[in-house]
Ligand binder design. Structure first.
Ligand code: SF4
Length: 358
């Protein structure tokens, strides 16, 4: 099917009218947990198409934003120890307790931006006299490439500092949080492609919250919204699939197997949310030679997740709009981010800032 179909104003209007009809004037709060969905919603002005009572709220869907300050502080410590630090472009600008990776680079640390873990492994091969550490933050989507390298056996001077998160346990925590209202979840398309829509079935059934996996075109998001409203009207709470051209109910079984081989699931700290049980992926003991957490010594750290005045924890939970933060667009800008939500392309504050605060 042509991409244009998923951007057709005619179809978008028809779906929006159906959403209006199904909502019947009731207040409906739909939460998504994916920065790319927020980008689609903001850049195509989808909120303006919806009736006032139906709101689309951005939850914790940006891996860089939820990366705990403690993990960034560990990366900074490794940079200070003189190792070659490799990571994605967004990651180096994430503010932490008192510094950032990019500030350490300005102080002389050897920090290299890579497009994938394969580039980092290559750097390790070319620099056998140095230790090379890859800072691997991400969700289930980025984790399989790291798992492949771990299992394949990288050079002995290569290790990974993981900050990998699993989305379904975080959504489980969200629905139980006091003050967090959600009538339905748009589940992340990329993550769903790996874990499958079945991974959200227990959330939908146990908590009575409809879930719909959506793609990233404007019509995908609108259609997922319509499907959630239809479930509500029919009294169903299921995990459904709008993104059938990519997502399967069982997900990508081969990717799940390699993840299982390289990582174990354990409790993990999320910035702004605290420690969430069974929400992180950590390198298995048999690969500990490539696990930077075990390979290096770290001094005691008093890491600070939320700097004074920053309201990222409330933005990450969808409790406030970024424009409600008094630092938005003033002390905190895309050029000079004060909080993590202003850093990456999937950060809610950055997306809102780039769309002119709309
Ligand atoms: Fe944090 Fe900046 Fe967003 Fe405020 S505008 S919540 S300081 S990232």
């Amino acid at each position: 099917m042509s991409k244009d179909v998923f951007r057709s104003p005619k179809y978008a209007k028809a779906v929006a009218n159906e959403i209006r009809r199904l909502s019947e004037g009731k207040t409906v709060r739909i939460v998504h947990v994916c920065g790319t969905h927020e980008d689609t919603i903001s850049s195509h002005g989808l909120r303006s198409l919806l009736p006032e009572e139906v709101t689309l709220v951005a939850g914790p869907g940006c891996p860089v934003c939820v990366c705990a300050a403690q993990d960034v502080d560990m990366a900074i410590e490794l940079a200070k120890q003189g190792h070659i630090i490799t990571t994605f472009g967004d990651m180096i600008r994430v503010p932490s307790t008192s510094s950032s990776i990019v500030k350490e680079r300005a102080n002389g640390a050897d920090v290299r931006i890579v497009y994938g873990i394969g580039d980092a492994v290559e750097i390790a091969r070319k620099n056998p006299e140095k230790d090379v550490v890859f800072i691997g933050a991400g969700f289930e989507t980025t984790a399989p490439t790291m798992a492949v390298e771990i299992v394949r056996g990288p050079p002995s001077n290569f290790s990974i500092l993981t900050s990998l998160k699993v989305i379904p346990p975080a959504m489980e925590i969200l629905v139980g949080l006091e003050g967090f209202a959600v009538d339905g979840f748009i589940t992340p398309g990329h993550v769903s492609a790996i874990v499958g829509t079945n991974a959200f079935s227990s959330l939908a059934e146990t908590h009575g919250v409809p879930c719909v996996a959506a793609g990233f075109e404007p019509l995908d998001v609108l259609e997922a919204t319509r499907m959630i409203l239809l479930q509500m009207k029919e009294g169903r709470t299921e995990s459904e699939n709008e993104y059938t051209r990519v997502v399967k109910p069982e997900g990508n079984v081969a990717a799940q197997k390699i993840l299982e081989k390289a990582f174990k699931v354990d409790d993990a700290p999320w910035r702004g949310l605290g420690v969430i049980p069974d929400s992180g992926l950590f390198i298995r003991d048999e690969f500990s030679a490539h696990d930077a957490r075990k390979r290096y010594d770290f001094p005691p750290m008093e890491s600070v997740d939320i700097l004074p005045g920053c309201r990222c924890h409330e933005v990450i939970l969808g409790m406030i709009d970024p424009t409600e933060c008094t630092l938005f667009g003033k002390r905190c800008t895309v050029e000079d981010p004060y909080g993590p939500c202003m850093v990456g392309h999937e950060g809610t504050c950055r997306i809102r800032h780039e769309s002119g605060g709309l």
